[in-house]
Design a protein around this ligand. Structure first.
Ligand code: PLP
Ligand code: COI
Length: 341
């Protein structure tokens, strides 16, 4: 089979229908075997738990073509585990970790012609998700669920590729203390939509959320964790139990320490410290590492010395090393790369 006729270099972060998706159903207390199907549409009851009470969670990971022509994905076991954590918190049945990884492999293999070629700048984004599918009118968990994975080829999450972003400190909150900020629940994204549209309308690329209890500590953005680089080259990332434990961020901290010999620190980061940092970046599967040039805190502009035209030097090293591992140019730590074909 030949690669699909897609202009890979022009892809943005959007939905492109691919040939196969995986679906498994949970009923009478157990998961069925699941299968690959071709129909991209879903028919569910009008009173389904997902439609009435937003009982849904999701994941995001990518498949890459490596320099030597293999198709791989990056740490899918961690997505499986994080989805299990999301399910526990939302009273949804866990989809077993090994079955999750197998289903990822099946979807990638079946859609191999949609995996962008090496060097194209695009990747195949995988979206595992689960939702309550049977009718629930009282506020309670559904008893039937669907687990699905679809694939879509994507380019950069932020328009303009690696041009540094402008963020604003948000007035609205993302995650309550003891709430659901640490899991990948659909509801966390629904409640961020007003704020992202407002940010864009006001000329900002994203919102930088602070802790909702005191509004003094930096948390993350609507779709990515944050890393900072100090003027003496240390990599710092906010520690909080109300941010999503990003797999990219956790991997970057290892890359910084073990590949680049940098000092790393995960600790609470105050908003007032922003002006001390030399570099800032957003990190996530979709964002990869997107450099931040400026943060606006209620009219006060904090401009990182790395500037508004390109990535800062350490951010660039982190980016090159992480993507080098993902694309097979650099040797990966044990267990990070799952070779699919
Ligand atoms: N934070 C939020 C709110 C996200 O939606 C994502 C995306 O998955 C991330 C962080 C980054 O996580 P990861 O690196 O696992 O993709
Ligand atoms: C991802 O990076 O995979 C996400 O889920 C973030 C989302 C905002 C696209």
């Amino acid at each position: 089979m030949a690669k699909k006729d897609i202009n890979w270099g022009e892809l943005g972060f959007g939905y492109v229908k691919t040939d196969y998706r995986f679906v498994a159903n949970f009923k009478d207390g157990k998961w069925d075997d699941g299968a690959l199907i071709t129909d991209e549409n879903i028919v569910i009851n009008e009173c389904a738990g997902v439609l009435q009470y937003a009982q849904t969670c999701f994941e995001g990971l990518k498949a890459y073509t490596t320099e030597d022509g293999k198709i791989v994905c990056f740490r899918p076991d961690l997505n499986a585990q994080r989805m299990a954590d999301s399910c526990e918190r939302l009273k949804m049945p866990v989809f077993p970790v090994e079955k999750f990884v197998e289903a990822v492999e099946k979807v990638v293999e079946a859609n191999a012609d949609f995996v962008p070629p090496y060097g194209s700048g695009a990747t195949l984004y995988l979206r595992p998700y689960m939702f309550g599918s049977n009718a629930v009118i009282g506020v309670k968990p559904a008893t039937e669920y669907q687990f699905r994975i679809f694939a879509t080829p994507v380019g950069p999450y932020f328009k303009g590729g690696v041009k540094p972003l402008t963020l604003r400190i948000s007035d609205l909150d993302r995650a309550a203390p003891m709430g659901t900020g640490h899991i990948k629940a659909g509801l966390n994204y629904a409640m961020s939509l007003y704020n992202i549209v407002d940010a864009h309308d006001n000329g900002y690329d994203e919102n930088m959320y602070t802790d909702s209890a005191t509004h003094t500590y930096i948390e993350e953005t609507g779709g990515a964790n944050i890393i900072f680089v100090t003027k003496d080259g240390k990599v710092v990332t906010p520690k909080s139990n109300t941010i999503l434990p990003s797999i990219t961020r956790r991997s970057l901290m290892i890359v910084a320490k073990d590949y680049l010999g940098l000092e790393v620190e995960e600790r609470p980061v105050k908003v007032s410290e922003l002006e001390n940092f030399a570099e800032c970046g957003l990190c996530g599967t979709a964002a990869v590492i997107s450099p931040v040039g400026k943060v606006v805190d209620h009219g006060k502009e904090i401009c990182f010395p790395a500037g508004m035209t390109e990535m800062g030097p350490i951010t660039k090293k982190l980016y090159d090393t992480l993507t080098g591992i993902q694309m097979g140019r650099l040797e990966a730590p044990e267990g990070w790369i799952n070779v699919i074909k």
